[in-house]
Write a protein that binds this ligand. Structure first.
Ligand code: HEC
Length: 277
C-alpha cells in the first residue's frame, strides 16, 4: 500500500513538472511554450508585465504611475542606505562587482562551498556582516525592503541570468521546482496551478500572471498605499491566499523556490521597483 501511494505521488510529480529528467533549460522552455500556446498574441518580452498583459486599462494605469512613481521618496531612502559607509569605512558598492551595477540578475546563485542558494538579500547581509554590521531581517521591509528597492534599480535592463551547475545546485533547483508544483493545503492549489495552468483566468478580480517574468521586477510597491513587497513576501502572500501558513521569508525553502522560479525568467530584463495592484 505504501509503495502504491509512493508510486502515485511520484507519478503526479512527473506529470505536473514535465519529467524528472528534464534539464532546467527544458523546464523553462516547456513552461514558456505552455503560456505561448495559450496566448500566442502576448509577446514573451511582455511577460514581465504579468497580469497587466491581459488588461489594457490596468497597463495604462501602470504606465501613468511609473511616469512619476509616488513612492520615489522611498527608493531615495534606500539610496541613502546604500551610499552610507559602514563603520569599517567600506560601502555596499565595495562588496559587488561593478559597484553593484548589473548584478541582481545573477541571483539567486548557488554557492558550491556552502552548498546552498544565495539570494541577493543574503549577499547584502554577507556584505554587512563582513563589515562588522548586524544582518537585516529578510522580512523587514523598512531595512532590507527599502535597501533592495534601490539596490536592484542598479540592475535595471540586465537580463535574468540564473545558472544551475553541478549536482548540489541541481538538487536545490529541484527542491524549488517541487515546491512550485506541489498541491498544498485544504484548497489543494500549487503555484503552477495558478501561474502556469490557469494563466489569464480571473481569480476574484485579478488576472493570473504567468510564471516566466514574475521574478524580474522586485520589490514592488502595491495597492493604493504603495506597500512594499519583496519577491518572497509576495510568495508568502500567495501562500496566505490559499490558506497556507507561509514559509519563512529568507529561509531555505523559499530560497530554493526563488532559484527555480527565477530560472523561469531567464533572458527577460529586470526592472525595479515597479507598481502592482
Ligand atoms: C490560487 C491561485 C494562486 C496560487 C496558488 C498562487 N498564486 Fe501567486 N498570485 C495569485 C494572484 C491572484 C496574484 C495577483 C495577480 C497576478 O499578478 O497574478 C498573484 C501574484 C503573484 C506574483 C506577483 C506577480 C507580479 O507580476 O506582480 C508572484 C511572484 C506570485 N504570485 C508567485 C506565486 C508563487 C511562487 C506561488 C506558490 C508559492 C503562488 N504565486 C501561488 C494567485 C495565486
Amino acid at each position: 500500500m505504501k509503495k502504491l501511494i509512493w508510486f502515485l505521488s511520484g507519478l503526479g510529480c512527473l506529470v505536473a513538472a514535465g519529467g524528472a529528467q528534464a534539464s532546467p533549460e527544458d523546464d523553462r522552455r516547456s513552461v514558456v511554450q505552455a503560456v505561448q500556446e495559450k496566448y500566442p498574441n502576448i509577446k514573451v518580452e511582455d511577460y514581465v508585465y504579468g497580469a497587466l498583459a491581459f488588461s489594457p486599462d490596468a497597463k495604462a494605469q501602470y504606465d501613468a504611475v511609473m511616469t512619476f512613481p509616488p513612492y520615489e521618496a522611498e527608493i531615495d531612502k534606500g539610496a541613502r542606505m546604500w551610499n552610507t559607509p559602514f563603520k569599517s569605512g567600506k560601502r555596499y558598492a565595495d562588496c559587488f562587482p561593478r559597484a553593484g551595477k548589473d548584478v541582481a540578475g545573477n541571483y539567486p546563485m548557488f554557492d558550491n562551498a556552502a552548498k546552498k542558494v544565495v539570494t541577493f538579500e543574503m549577499a547584502i547581509n554577507r556584505c554587512r556582516t563582513d563589515n562588522g554590521e548586524a544582518p537585516y531581517k529578510h522580512s523587514d521591509m523598512n531595512t532590507m525592503g527599502l535597501l533592495t528597492a534601490y539596490a536592484r534599480t542598479l540592475s535595471d535592463g540586465m537580463k535574468m541570468n540564473i545558472k544551475v551547475e553541478g549536482k548540489d545546485a541541481l538538487a536545490a533547483y529541484e527542491a524549488g521546482k517541487r515546491l512550485f508544483h506541489q498541491r498544498r493545503g485544504q484548497l489543494n492549489f500549487s503555484c503552477a496551478g495558478c501561474h502556469i495552468n490557469y494563466v489569464g483566468s480571473v481569480l476574484r478580480t485579478e488576472y493570473l500572471s504567468m510564471a516566466p517574468g514574475q521574478a524580474t521586477h522586485w520589490p514592488a510597491f502595491r495597492g493604493g498605499d504603495y506597500t512594499l513587497f519583496t519577491l518572497q513576501r509576495r510568495y508568502a502572500a500567495c501562500h496566505q491566499m490559499v490558506r497556507l501558513v507561509p514559509l519563512e521569508i529568507g529561509g531555505e525553502e523559499y530560497n530554493n523556490l526563488e532559484y527555480y522560479h527565477s530560472y523561469l525568467s531567464n533572458g527577460l530584463p529586470l526592472k525595479a521597483s515597479v507598481f502592482r495592484k
